[in-house]
Design a protein around this ligand. Structure first.
Ligand SMILES: [Zn+2]
Length: 410
């Protein structure tokens, strides 16, 4: 690969990094390693690498890639016979497109759609409020009402090459229909938001405006029906204060889920939102209906465990949890990262306190998404084949010993 690397226009990378840090440190827009940003000039895309959070992105961390090899992949050239079964073709092409070959970091698996969007700045986030729309059944119709031709709806598509091609074809269909350039806002079904533009500041403003428009619509529906589809039914049905102490449940979960003799951390939330999940029919439907977004699969797991109210006695409580965990493993093939206890709230388990906290935050975000999606017309969880694609991809990432799976960078 030619290593000719033009200097980026002055201030370009700095402005993208600054907006990335602002949006990345706002929990509305990103959790964990979710989301990615890029800048383009002179046939080069500078993109966020894997394993770097938006909140911590610096200008020199952006990875320069030649765009032509990415376009060739989108056109379907040079794929046949490449690589071994199971290796990710986008990652392979992305690594080959590096303009600093000594840089062994991995570019974001979404580098293809960053390259194909013509605007110089692209910001992709997973806003909780926008995902209430993208995870709503009929969300495309609500989006058309809210944004008209100012946003393009992209139905859920497997990440990487498939998603990039779906975006390219969606843009082409729009342009053929309207005779105008495709809009700078993409709503990705069950996934998130992509906004592009000429300056990082304009893209940030547009991203915040999309969030505000969806929030306004949900707020109006909430006011109109007096709060009935949301949290108001949670407090009525659960009985906070009954059952064993939170610390005792956390300690029992840490011990019971300590499979490989490594210490597990447990995070807990007993807010009305957390109790809504375990104590209402709508909460149970959310929990048992399957994950809504790839983030939820990656950080919180596809299938949380739901436990009915726990007995107060420490021995009995431990026995109930132990039995429930055995049954859960039998039914799903894996230990849960999230355990919801009716009347108490949500426990999340991870290898470190930070990972447990992220699992908890993402699960609660997913509950917010479900509540908003109910307001907007109904929840549309990921279909089984969509869910399994992410689960298998994650599993492969772990088999290879890669800390964060591809979906974690989306
Ligand atoms: Zn994403």
């Amino acid at each position: 690969m030619a290593a000719w690397l033009p200097a980026p226009p002055p201030g370009l990378l700095e402005s993208v990094a600054a907006v990335s840090r602002r949006l990345g440190s706002d929990p509305e827009f990103a959790r964990g390693g979710g989301g990615n940003t890029s800048a383009k000039a002179e046939g080069v895309v500078w993109i966020k690498p894997s394993g770097v959070s938006l909140a911590g992105l610096t200008p020199d961390a952006l990875m320069p890639l030649a765009m032509e090899p990415l376009f060739a992949m989108l056109r379907g050239e040079g794929e046949a016979g490449e690589g071994t079964a199971g290796s990710d073709p986008v990652l392979r092409v992305g690594m080959a497109a590096r303009l600093r070959p000594s840089d062994d970091r991995r570019p974001s698996v979404e580098c293809l759609f960053h390259a194909l969007l013509p605007d110089p700045i692209v910001v992709h986030t997973h806003p909780t409020t926008v995902n209430a729309l993208t995870c709503a059944a009929g969300g495309d119709e609500v989006a058309a009402e809210l944004f008209g031709d100012e946003a393009l709806w992209i139905p859920y598509t497997d990440p990487g090459l498939q998603l990039a091609r779906r975006i390219a074809s969606g843009r082409a269909v729009f342009e053929a229909r309207t005779g105008r350039p495709a809009p700078p806002v993409l709503l990705l079904g069950n996934h998130g938001l992509v906004v592009s533009g000429g300056s990082a500041e304009a893209v940030e403003e547009r991203s915040r405006a999309v969030v505000a428009a969806v929030a306004e619509r949900i707020g109006r529906l909430e006011a109109a029906d007096g709060g009935g589809a949301g949290l108001s039914d949670a407090a009525a049905t659960d009985v906070p204060g009954a059952g064993p102490p939170i610390e005792a449940v956390a300690a029992a979960l840490a011990e019971l889920l300590d499979e490989a003799a490594r210490p597990r951390s447990v995070a807990f939330d007993g807010s009305p939102l957390a109790r809504w999940i375990g104590s209402t029919g709508a909460g149970h439907a959310f929990l048992l209906g399957g994950p809504l977004t790839p983030d939820q699969i990656v950080y919180a797991g596809s299938w949380p465990l739901l436990v009915e109210a726990l007995p107060e006695s420490a021995d009995d409580m431990r026995a109930v949890l132990s039995r429930a965990l055995v049954e859960h493993r039998g039914a799903t093939g894996a230990a849960p990262s999230v355990v919801v206890v009716a009347g108490m709230g949500v426990f999340a388990v991870g290898d470190t306190p930070a990972l447990a906290r992220t699992a908890l935050d993402v699960e609660l975000d997913a509950a917010r998404i479900a509540i908003g999606a109910r307001r907007l017309g109904g929840v549309r969880p990921l279909a089984p084949d969509e869910r399994r694609f992410i689960e298998d991809w994650e599993a492969e990432a772990y088999r290879k010993g890669i800390a964060a799976g591809p979906a974690a960078e989306r």
